[in-house]
Design a protein around this ligand. Sequence first.
Ligand SMILES: C[C@](O)(CO)[C@H](O)COP(=O)(O)OP(=O)(O)OC[C@H]1O[C@@H](n2ccc(N)nc2=O)[C@H](O)[C@@H]1O
Ligand SMILES: Nc1ncnc2c1ncn2[C@@H]1O[C@H](COP(=O)(O)OP(=O)(O)OP(=O)(O)O)[C@@H](O)[C@H]1O
Length: 315
Amino acid sequence: MSIPGIHTASVSAPGKINVSLQVGPLRKDGYHSVASVYLAVSLLEDVRATAGQSGITVAVEGGGPLRIPVDGIPLGPDNLVARAAAELAHRTGRRDPAVDLLITKRVPVAGGMGGGSADAAAALMACNSLWGTGLSHTELASIASGLGADVPFALAGGAAVGLGVGDQLTPLDAEASLHWVLVASSIGLSTPGVYRRLDELRAGRNIPEPAAADPRVLEAVRSGNAAALAGVIHNDLQAAALSLAPQLAPVLDRGRELGALAGIVSGSGPTLAFLAGGAAAAADLESALRAEGHNALAVHGPARGAEVTAPADIT
Ligand SMILES: C[C@](O)(CO)[C@H](O)COP(=O)(O)OP(=O)(O)OC[C@H]1O[C@@H](n2ccc(N)nc2=O)[C@H](O)[C@@H]1O
Ligand SMILES: Nc1ncnc2c1ncn2[C@@H]1O[C@H](COP(=O)(O)OP(=O)(O)OP(=O)(O)O)[C@@H](O)[C@H]1O
């Protein structure tokens, strides 16, 4: 049953950068244990859930400052928002859920910024609001981890350490914002493909389990010290992403030449994230990279996690 008179709910959720990502050996379940330091950034996805006629439908509109093309995103039951809605309905005993989900996409698709994960987190919260199912944040987080390793963080936002497959979160209090410039790529990289390439690159080596996040990274994120963070930023998936997309390496170099304190592949890539000394430096770097034809955008983080942006319509 819908709550009478409530017809839509809109929720935003952020994309992320992993400012540090250590990856352990391949596990029997096909995943890798990680020690990740997540930072949510000010590039948001929106999901609007509207009471529908029949079944779960998905539509996507693109655009946003990075002009994200949306063709190729599955619109059927494989879309993460449809899986999120179906799983919430299942867990709350809601038979034959009818909801129309509209994604407004601003985070690069297959870009390593957890865009699909943000959509899933937003859809969970939007349907919870639309249907009045009243699940707590903790209950939504437990559904989220079944949808993907990055989904709990998209729900939580802010800055956090992620252990396990990235879903066991400990929030980090950050005192100040960090400023970044993203460079989106015209290609996508498959996350499992990048993890597979990392395993190939490491073949024959003994890889330790990542036990904890680097304390120097934690201190730099807590204090918002960009210069300190620049020296310790690290992504174990970077070599694998660059081996699959070697054209990214000169762009990383160029960002640094143009003034970035550091540059990194975001998650499984191919989006690049350049750390700037402050808001003005980020704006300058965005302009310089755009002048050279790159699809660049200044963002900052930590940004808030999934949150209702438009209250449900009450008639
Ligand atoms: C690269 C990161 O974005 C960094 O935060 C995440 O590790 C990926 O998170 P995600 O896209 O939410 O990942 P999922 O959708 O759960 O998994 C997709 C695939 O990525 C690989 N995968 C993912 C997470 C992880 N800790 N180890 C893995 O090996 C597995 O092959 C898995 O089948
Ligand atoms: N809502 C969605 N948005 C984007 N892609 C989706 C969505 N649902 C399913 N997909 C599929 O998942 C693939 C990866 O999507 P996504 O944009 O989340 O990648 P990503 O940001 O690299 O993920 P991550 O950083 O979490 O590894 C897409 O190529 C697409 O086929």
